[in-house]
Design a protein around this ligand. Sequence first.
Ligand code: PLP
Length: 481
Amino acid sequence: MASVPRDKPSFHMDPEEFRKHGHDVVDWIADYYQRIESFPVLSRVKPGDVRASLPAEAPRGGEPFERILQDFDKLILPGVTHWQSPNFFAYFPSNASGASILGDLLSSGLGVQGMLWATSPACTELETLMLDWLARALGLPEKFLSTSKGGGVIQDTASSATLCALLAAREQATSFESNRAGMQQKLCAYTSTQGHSATEKAIGVAGIGRDFLRLIEVDETFAMNAAALARAMQQDRESGLIPFFVCATSGTTSSNAIDPLREIGPACQEFGAWLHVDSAMSGTAALCPQFRHINDGLEYADSYCFNPHKWMFTNFDCDCFYVADRKLLIQTLSVLPEYLRNQASESGAVIDYRDWQIPLGRRFRSLKLWFVLRYYGIEGLQFHIREHVRIAQQFASWVSDDARFELAAPVPLNLVCFYLKSGDEANERLLEALNRSGDLYLTHTRLNGRFTLRMCVGQTNTTERHVERAWRRIQEEASRL
Ligand code: PLP
């Protein structure tokens, strides 16, 4: 049946084999980072290519590890878009670093499932501490610390954080009746026209209904108009609806606009609405005191999240989600079947993070954060964040100086939205030509109805050299159109 040697008592990889293959894999990753710039950033495979190159069924017998690794190189790698290439400027980054990869590897090695404090105390306690370390390093309000009424938890993504915030807000608004009896009241949520689609998804999933999400107009910087928000909440209240949740964004996906939290906060208070602040990518910038203004007014927020897996050199997935009142979140998400009961939980002295998230199970994700924070130190992180912002600002100045182009939005941090003045079609063709070349990867958005190019500088190893080359390539392709 299998091609496993007869003298072997099992099909498992033993520790010595693991050591050998593990070294090969680490070597492979190190080589990958050395040669990463030789790959086209955006994968060139066509739909179905990868699947067609693989057998239709799983092998009956086990195969040598070397052969699997060879096939990985030959069959999988061509279908990979290189998010860790320093020439990746698309979307927002989802960056990684050596320290994070190795921390994550240890997490895989331990294979811990930390649903309860008791199922691995270090998994819970390190997470609580890392979230506190980060809250302090970012200058977040005291109420988000675990030593206050609030605290932080690692979610997989900002989308999950938004959903958890929205569910807790729903329960707060309905005195925990929605959890028990289902939705009886009509609630209404708000985000700006530039807010992330995660809120739309969450409001559907939470049973409130997408019709009850209001997209609030923005000002000329694409930031939410707080007066329009207050008007919308007033109107809904007059129609018998309950404004219950506002998602403000500190660094929107399209253009990195910063919503005015200091104006939005009082409006939320007036209407009793939960304020969630989504700073998925830009939140990392607050590590540097000079960029902390992006969180001005955060003291009004009931919850906040940012993704170290975007810009803080930490592998996907890692979203840090903070609440000002942990009791509300826990009461929203907690269910206690007999088989999870244990003395530590019942003592009330420990955190069980299963009650802070949708799934039950959870990985030991704080290990990679611990490795990153210790390896770089806050100063190391600040250095690289400042560099990315500096280089992005330089790119913005090159765009401004070229009469063929214009900036399409303010550039508060590391995202530059720009437009080739010859029209949408030219911008589409320019994007297509650049991405097809494999030299870099950019994506687009629509701002004021125009097809706008986005250049986000945030990949771990992106330096001035890469951005200079990207600008040269953009100019060359623009000349060829
Ligand atoms: N919020 C903002 C502002 C984002 O930019 C993104 C993704 O880019 C998200 C939420 C969703 O991120 P995630 O993949 O962590 O759910």
